[in-house]
Design a binder for this molecule. Structure first.
Ligand code: CA
Length: 417
């Protein structure tokens, strides 16, 4: 449960993602700063390099001048948690030097609207899972057989594949509609061109905070020690390219042209009060995938679409709690063969769909492969994503009116190059 007695002397609106309970980490820049580690509260970012000019955190502040969070994360949870605890103390103490010294305040706090958020981590390796039962069932129903929608392995292991790290971008980074081979249903041979069915996938991803060596495995019991935090993740997908290329090895060019993440890494410690019970997993799993306790998370997830020059509107509402496999199970499975993990590696959930049609986490499902277009407020329809559309993922946890969230995960689709 949240300690809702905590209150900051900084005003935080009820609908802010950045209450005192969050204190996520990110990297910002502005006219004067190339890149620095920061946290957030209310409408401000907190420059941790400037904060440490007062030696309040008692650490070497050069780690806060780096381009990515990786070195900071490598210090270990003992240190990163200590920084969050110290921030909590400083931001709740009415007599804090931060509050009383105006010069100091102005150096440390900047309005979020006045800074640019950069890629928070250097991602070495990226993996994408396929762990939402409603999503896997929908896709299996559409492309195979409604009676055997789930493949025989699905309820025995968290299915995943290795993706591409180079094209993971932070929110605000536009990209061009990808081109590639497609095979129209009425044609014997493939054609080349811009995708006609550009889709989104509503996902989250977790970031590895503690490395392992080749040969090591991480148990479900120890997994949380290795998970630094989470971001929102949009796994952009070109469905026509995917349909033609995916047999027999799975996704390739349909997925590796762009993925968008939210800029703030919300720590696992901040998410802890929002744990909920997971699925009853039947048939029973092999012992290495079994786990104890409540390991799912109640994270409300939303997708908004903003046509060029138009207003944004909500098109999907889902929840992380619909995940069949937990992050702890995904990490245990990923490393059970001795695959090593590095700090900054990113492991995405897979599309998160709920049982209701309004909770489907991709347009493929939402419009049932384009057969049921959705109508937008401006009167236009969408089967998939149009050029110059902006898609914004949002996510937050809420308890007793207090919320913690991720900030926007947004990207605009530019016409094909
Ligand atoms: Ca995916």
């Amino acid at each position: 449960m949240l300690n809702t007695r905590l209150k900051s002397w900084i005003t935080v609106n009820d609908d802010s993602d950045f209450s005192i309970h969050n204190l996520p980490f990110g990297i910002y820049s502005d006219d004067t700063v190339a890149h620095r580690v920061c946290s957030a509260i209310g409408e401000y970012i907190i420059d941790l390099f400037e904060l440490e000019s007062f030696d309040l955190l008692n650490m070497n502040r050069s780690v806060f001048e780096e381009q990515y969070l990786n070195s900071f994360i490598e210090l270990g949870k003992k240190e990163t948690n200590r920084v969050r605890e110290k921030l909590t103390e400083l931001l709740t103490d009415e007599n804090s030097v931060l509050k009383s010294n105006t010069d100091f305040f102005n150096k440390v706090f900047k309005k979020q609207k006045d800074v640019k958020m950069l890629m928070p981590v250097k991602v070495g390796d990226y993996t994408d899972f396929y762990s939402s039962i409603d999503h896997a069932t929908n896709i299996g129903t559409m492309i195979r057989d409604p009676k055997n929608a789930l493949m025989p392995n699905w309820k025995h292991l968290p299915v995943g594949y290795h993706g591409r790290a180079s094209s993971i971008c932070v929110s605000g980074h536009s990209f061009h509609r990808p081109k590639g081979q497609q095979k129209p249903p009425d044609s014997e041979t493939p054609v080349f061109g811009a995708t006609k069915s550009l889709d989104i996938e509503l996902e989250t991803a977790f970031i590895i905070g503690k490395k392992t060596e080749m040969g090591d495995s991480i148990s479900t019991d120890n997994a949380d020690d290795h998970i630094f935090g989470m971001v929102l993740f949009n796994d952009w997908s070109a469905r026509d390219i995917q349909t033609w290329e995916y047999v027999p090895l799975g996704p390739f060019l349909a997925k590796n042209f762009a993925s968008t993440i939210s800029p703030w890494v919300v720590t696992l410690e901040a998410l802890e009060p929002f744990r909920v019970k997971g699925y009853d997993q039947s048939p029973p799993l092999l012992p290495y995938l079994q786990y104890k306790g409540d390991k799912n998370l109640d994270i409300k997830l939303q997708v908004y679409l903003k046509p060029e020059g138009g207003k944004e509107e909500k098109v999907i509402e889902s929840n992380y709690k619909y995940m069949y496999y937990t992050m702890e199970q995904q990490l245990a499975h990923h490393t059970v063969n001795g695959c090593n993990m590095n700090v900054g590696d990113m492991l995405a959930s897979g599309t998160i769909s709920g049982p209701l049609a309004s909770e489907y986490g991709s347009f493929m499902e939402l419009t049932w492969r384009g057969s049921k277009p959705i109508k937008l407020q401006d009167g236009t329809e969408r089967k998939f994503i149009n050029d110059n559309d902006t898609v914004i993922l949002r996510g937050y946890c809420e308890q007793n009116g207090t919320r913690i969230g991720f900030g926007d995960c947004a990207a605009t689709v530019l016409p094909a190059k």
